[in-house]
Design a protein around this ligand. Structure first.
Ligand code: NAD
Ligand code: TDX
Length: 347
């Protein structure tokens, strides 16, 4: 039986990937190694809990012993997603980002070598290219210019992986995904934050002038892209995986308000994120050509389904938005919202 190890499977993208792999590989066992940080939620995989081909191991990717324990039964591949993933938190405190995204990735690379795992897919991000001015798009060989501690830690992970490939021949493939959205995303990221705030009649804190551009990809497309890299990605290669849906944050916010039938007066233009990258945009021709990967979910349809999911799963996000989340919210938005006053976006 094929044995696939996913790290960070209780997070947003990881949970969709675990589900995708179990369905797409009916002969495979999927092992999920996750530390269950604030972002890890076993409820995201509640529907897999009874599946005899699914196994959960609680452990830290920066701990070699946890990886030895997970890999000692052998593995056909490791798909490494575990990370600290939120830019604003990395600005408050980069420590956990360096530990998990840099040291953790190096620890996974060494474990893959130690256990002679034949393939490692490292899941990275379009943020490593930094802000890309119009009308350019970053191809895989573009310089890395990370603009915040999160993306710097991800770029460090990518560079360690490529150095490992060069030094030890480690069979690592890197995917760089664009901004991802869909069910089970932690409501610190802009889309679930705005959907859930709007549902609850609370303000939507839009940073700066709302003109920053992101390329949105549905999480099922992202999971399929990672799976395509597992099957067809060549070791040592990097593949950009994008949604092909560039939108300004203001356009995306208005689309949410229209879908939910909520007024624009909920929007607050708040002081900007420091060092806020203006635009992410990737050239995705290589993944199309070499992996046969094309995103399938049209943005409007994906957004509508996602909005419905958050409406129908209010208990999920109300539970998430308690305790430490409230402290985070006050730290991130308290002063910003007080500074913004009652001005709505008017562009
Ligand atoms: P997430 O924050 O929702 O989930 C991260 C998961 O990793 C959680 O389950 C958490 O418990 C686990 N984790 C964190 N530290 C760990 C550690 N030290 N050991 C083991 N597990 C640990 O993240 P996500 O949005 O699903 O992102 C997954 C991956 O995809 C990340 O590597 C991220 O950089 C990358 N990515 C995300 C996006 C996006 O838009 N969300 C886009 C491109 C790339
Ligand atoms: O409250 C907010 N207001 C706002 O205007 C938040 C949280 C965000 N924003 C803006 C900042 C960005 O321009 O929305 C855009 C998206 O922000 P995030 O959801 O924080 O995502 P981003 O910083 O673009 O990073 C995401 O995509 C790349 C993921 O969080 C990363 O894990 C991934 O690598």
């Amino acid at each position: 039986m094929r044995r696939l190890v996913v790290t960070g499977g209780c997070g947003f993208i990881g949970s969709h990937l675990v589900r995708h792999l179990l369905a797409a590989h009916p002969q495979a066992e999927v092992v999920n190694l996750d530390l269950l940080t604030y972002a890890g939620n076993p409820e995201n995989l509640a529907d897999c809990a009874g599946n005899p081909r699914y196994k959960f191991v609680r452990g830290d990717v920066a701990d070699p012993a946890a990886l030895d324990q997970t890999l000692e039964g052998g593995a056909d591949a490791v798909l490494h997603l575990a990370a600290e993933s939120h830019v604003d938190r990395s600005i408050h405190d980069p420590g956990p980002f360096l530990r998990t995204n840099v040291l953790g990735t190096e620890t996974v690379l060494r474990a893959v070598l130690r256990h002679a795992v034949p393939k490692l897919v490292l899941v990275s991000t379009d943020e490593v290219y930094g802000s890309v001015p119009e009308p350019a798009r970053a191809a895989e060989d573009a310089p890395l210019r990370p603009g915040n501690p999160y993306s710097a830690s991800k770029a460090a992970g990518d560079l360690l992986a490529l150095a490992h490939r060069n030094t030890h021949g480690t069979p690592v493939v890197i995917t760089r995904g664009s901004n991802t959205y869909g069910p089970f995303q932690f409501p610190e990221k802009v889309l679930p934050l705005f959907l859930t705030n709007a549902e609850a009649g609370q303000s939507l804190p839009l940073y700066g002038d709302g003109g920053n551009v992101r390329d949105w990809m549905h999480v099922e497309d992202h999971a399929r892209g990672i799976a395509a890299a597992l099957e067809r990605g060549r070791p040592g290669e990097v593949y950009n995986i994008g949604g092909g849906n560039e939108r300004t944050n203001l356009e995306m916010t208005r689309a949410i308000l229209r879908l939910l039938g909520k007024p624009e007066s909920l929007v607050r233009l708040v002081p900007d994120r420091p060092g806020h990258d203006r635009r992410y945009a990737m050239d995705t021709a290589k993944a199309r050509r070499d992996l046969g990967f094309e995103p399938r979910v049209p943005f409007e349809k994906g957004l509508e389904e996602t909005a419905r999911w958050y409406r129908e799963n209010r208990a999920w996000w109300e539970r998430v938005k308690t305790g430490a989340y409230r402290d985070y919210y006050e730290k991130q938005y308290g002063d910003r919202l007080r500074a913004a006053g009652p001005t709505a976006a008017r562009r």
